[in-house]
Ligand binder design. Structure first.
Ligand SMILES: Cc1ncc(COP(=O)(O)O)c(C=O)c1O
Length: 348
């Protein structure tokens, strides 16, 4: 049985968190002379002179309701990137514990581990970009966290549910499923299964389907004990007031988010079709995300040619299993047309 408290670092378990003014008094009426804010106002004509709610109560309540979860199972961070860092900091003893990642995958898991002086165990995805569950479960010594990105970046595919389930059921540690791109996938989120797995953490973000990368808002859904530990170690005001206000507003536009997703899916299919007709394209991998991974003949030269034409894609050709491949975000219809027309005039 997994004991979340024992899994956490001792210093985190025993930590007495900083108590900020808004923690000590959280009513919203009165004369507030407790936080050394600018009582007169701000230089901007908007309501930003007060520190924001450190517990993000209103925003969390709305997100929890929309996601069919509860506030005690929801953590909000300065992007998912903050959540990744906090999970490592809460559970991994530097120089002692490890995290596992499944390359090729999102780069921040490794960077966050490196920053925290936490070692990595890397278990390659299979050539079909699926999980080698036997190797994963054989290499879990000192591993506290396994990061699974599904749909995966940069390969853009969902990882098989039965493989993830096997890991959830056999690994005594946290399994983090990064669902940054889940809105673009035919597969369902793992959220409804949160109750079944006390070791499951699901990350989602406002940066992709919601089109709000700039406000920096990431979510983690997990057992309330995990959420409590993350909350203890976060900066008091990690989600700023402007972000909280804008995200609350955005949540009234679920239909618009769905419409953006539908448009991107239409553009994605058109883009894939066009890419497949190009002679320099060797493979367009199936995509469950808002980008496609494309294997080219001479990817680096294609990349440089596109840069020269001021079309910027991501060169992934140095990434293991992504040799000769570029990662291309689905653009607007106009942008995709320009990309295709530019690739058509490329003469290697
Ligand atoms: C798989 C994955 N997770 C997380 C992120 C970052 O999300 P956020 O903007 O919420 O920090 C990205 C960004 O590209 C990503 O590809």
């Amino acid at each position: 049985m997994l004991d979340i408290q024992r899994l956490a670092r001792k210093n985190v378990r025993e930590l007495k968190p900083y108590s900020c003014a808004r923690d000590e008094y959280n009513g919203d009426t009165g004369i507030f002379l407790d936080a050394n804010e600018n009582s007169i106002g701000s230089v901007l004509n908007i309501d930003l002179n007060r520190y924001p709610d450190p517990r993000q109560i209103e925003l969390k309540a709305r997100i929890a309701a929309i996601k069919g979860s509860t506030m005690d199972r929801l953590f909000l961070g300065n992007g998912s990137d903050e959540v990744i860092d906090l999970l490592i900091r809460a559970f991994c003893e530097p120089a002692d514990d490890k995290i596992m990642i499944l390359p090729p995958t999102y780069g921040m898991y490794k960077v966050a581990a490196d920053i925290n002086n936490v070692a990595l165990v890397e278990v390659l995805l299979t050539p079909a970009f699926q999980i080698d569950t036997v190797s994963v479960l054989r290499n879990t010594d000192s591993v506290k966290l396994i990061f699974i990105c599904s749909p995966n970046n940069p390969t853009s595919n969902c990882l098989r549910e039965s493989d993830i389930q096997k890991i959830l059921e056999n690994f005594i540690g946290l399994v983090i499923i990064d669902e940054a791109y889940i809105d673009f996938a035919p597969e369902h989120s793992w959220l409804p299964k949160l109750n079944q797995y006390p070791n499951l953490v699901i990350m989602q973000t406002f940066s992709k389907a919601w089109g709000l990368a700039s406000i920096r808002l990431g979510m983690a859904f997990a057992d309330s004990q995990i959420i409590e530990l993350l909350t203890k170690i976060k900066y008091p005001y990690n989600v700023n007031g402007a972000t909280q206000q804008l995200a609350l507003e955005a949540l009234s536009y679920v239909d618009k988010k769905n419409d953006l997703v539908a448009q991107i899916l239409t553009e994605r299919e058109a883009l894939i079709k066009q890419l497949k007709n190009l002679k320099i394209v060797k493979t367009v991998y199936p995509s469950d995300a808002n980008f496609v991974l494309v294997k080219f003949q001479g990817a680096k030269k294609v990349f440089d040619f596109l840069i020269d034409k001021q079309i910027i894609v991501r060169d992934r050709s140095n990434v293991i299993r992504c040799e000769e491949s570029l990662r291309i975000t689905v653009g607007t219809a106009e942008e995709n047309k320009t990309l295709i027309n530019t690739l058509k005039i490329y003469r290697g």
